[in-house]
Design a protein around this ligand. Structure first.
Ligand code: AKB
Length: 322
């Protein structure tokens, strides 16, 4: 199948492209950022400059490359989104509308959308199921709820095959881009880099997290699932929900002498406190066979050597982060 990935230069995109190509698909990447370097993206992958706030440009690209399926990842995440809510609205909400509209008018048959735990607000019964009241506290969450609803509308009104996962905080050996769940990854990154990390959250902070290989596989499996087996358009997927202190202990077990301290940042802590502690992903398990492969210990065992290799190969790239 020929596939386009939007926002492909971000944390999920490059891993998703590699996974989809491994499954035999022809994959095109697109992003507002320049093409990633050859060590990150195989030179044979077609790359397109794409600003999703420009609807005509999306439509022209889709007509030119004639893909059947789009994975729509382009978005500004929660922490960065609160610094510029207007831009976040334009990219996340306007961009998703533009993408769906361009898919409808150019004959793309299927869109897979990345939603998030940020669609939820505080006060829900745990673990939080798919079909509950959505009261997001961030612009990122608001625009992701709107994206879910728009996709549902395009499916009912125009027959566009729309599917979405609500991602937990994703962790991989890469520099994340402006999320509030990033404290978890920074424990590994700075643990390796400097032997110390000051987390911007309380030690008892607990949110759903997932190792990237599971997240990428979930997207690909939902994208390939038989439509007749899907009872919904949007699915929770879950893996593990440790406290920040438990992640710190796991990192300390793997990296000798590492020191992780906690100095909560009020804005980011408030966002984390508004998200669920844990998700109920029964519908994803029943409808399309979703099952995570990694828990916290398995992730730490695989991630620490990967982060070590990455930091060694690119010391300047990992020298600082927000
Ligand atoms: C973020 O922190 O904004 C994202 C998310 C949980 O969707 N990683």
């Amino acid at each position: 199948m020929r596939i386009l990935v939007t926002g492909a230069g971000g944390q999920v995109g490059l891993d998703l492209i590699a996974y989809l190509r491994g499954a035999g698909h022809e994959v095109h990447g697109s992003d507002i950022s320049p093409r990633p370097s050859a060590d990150a993206l195989d030179a044979s992958v077609p790359w397109h400059h794409l600003d999703v706030t420009k609807g005509e440009r999306i439509e022209a690209l889709l007509r030119e490359i004639e893909v059947e399926q789009v994975f729509h990842l382009a978005a500004i995440l929660s922490a960065r989104g609160e610094k510029n809510p207007g831009l976040t609205y334009a990219v996340n909400q306007g961009g998703t509308y533009n993408l769906l509209e361009a898919c409808r008018s150019s004959g793309v048959t299927r869109v897979v959308f990345t939603s998030t735990i940020a669609v939820y607000g505080p006060g829900l019964a745990e673990p939080v199921g798919d079909a509950v009241s959505l009261q997001p506290q961030t612009m990122y969450g608001v625009t992701k709820v709107a994206g879910e609803l728009l996709g549902d509308y395009y499916q009912r009104r125009y027959g566009l095959d729309f599917r979405a996962v609500r991602f937990p905080g994703l962790i991989s050996a890469s520099l994340p881009g402006g999320g509030t769940s990033d404290y978890a990854l920074f424990m590994y990154l700075d643990g390796v880099r400097t032997g110390a990390y000051e987390a911007f959250c309380r030690p008892d902070t607990r949110i759903p997290l997932m190792y990237m290989p599971d997240g990428v596989r979930a997207l690909a499996e939902l994208g390939a699932a038989d439509r007749s087996s899907l009872s919904r358009t949007v699915y929770n997927i879950a893996a593990f929900s440790p406290t920040a202190a438990e992640i710190a202990r796991s990192v300390a077990d793997a990296i000798e002498g590492v020191e992780i301290t906690f100095v909560p940042d009020p804005m980011r802590q408030a966002i984390l406190d508004s998200w669920p502690n844990a998700l109920d992903d029964t519908n994803a398990r029943n409808d399309w066979g979703w099952k995570p492969a990694f828990d916290l210990a398995a992730m730490t065992a695989e991630l620490v050597p990967q982060v070590r290799a990455l930091v060694k190969a690119n010391p300047e790239r990992f020298a600082s982060h927000e």
